[in-house]
Ligand binder design. Structure first.
Ligand SMILES: [Zn+2]
Length: 147
């Protein structure tokens, strides 16, 4: 069994149209997206994700309790995700609409609302320190980039 090796992650602004590998919509020139250069099963590839799907994927990864495959998140995995709150369900519905309104315009990019959670941990020398993780509380929306 192979794992994905991430070689590089960049967040360029599209100069030409690309397809989002998650929602399969067109990433228009002028939109920022994530380009992740990976190796899987000795094959190099670039996984492109629109800014909308980046937020949605972060929510899914935060809820992952082992059901995601070692190959990462794909279209089917994002469709199979079962939200446990109303805001996550709304996010999934927007994903399935490819972040596009009925009039054809692009929805705003979801921005994650996070909080830090501190937990005490004891070091090998007996000192007590705080370890920090973030938790996603919900989303807000920023205006869409008009291509
Ligand atoms: Zn997308």
């Amino acid at each position: 069994m192979s794992d994905v090796t991430v070689l590089e992650v960049r967040n360029p602004v599209a100069r030409k149209a690309h397809y989002c590998d998650l929602c399969r919509r067109i990433i228009w020139p002028g939109e920022q997206y994530e380009a992740q250069h990976n190796v899987y099963d000795a094959r190099a590839y670039t996984h492109k994700t629109c800014a909308h799907c980046r937020a949605y994927a972060s929510v899914i990864w935060a809820d992952d309790d082992g059901w995601l495959s070692d190959a990462g998140l794909d279209w089917l995995g994002a469709c199979d995700y079962e939200p446990d709150t109303l805001w996550k369900l709304r996010l999934k519905a927007q994903y399935r609409r490819q972040w596009t309104r009925t009039d054809g315009t692009l929805m705003p990019v979801p921005r994650l609302i996070r909080c830090w959670v501190f937990k005490p941990r004891t070091c090998s020398n007996g000192d007590v320190r705080a370890s920090r993780t973030s938790r996603i509380l919900g989303v807000t929306y920023e205006p869409a980039v008009t291509p």
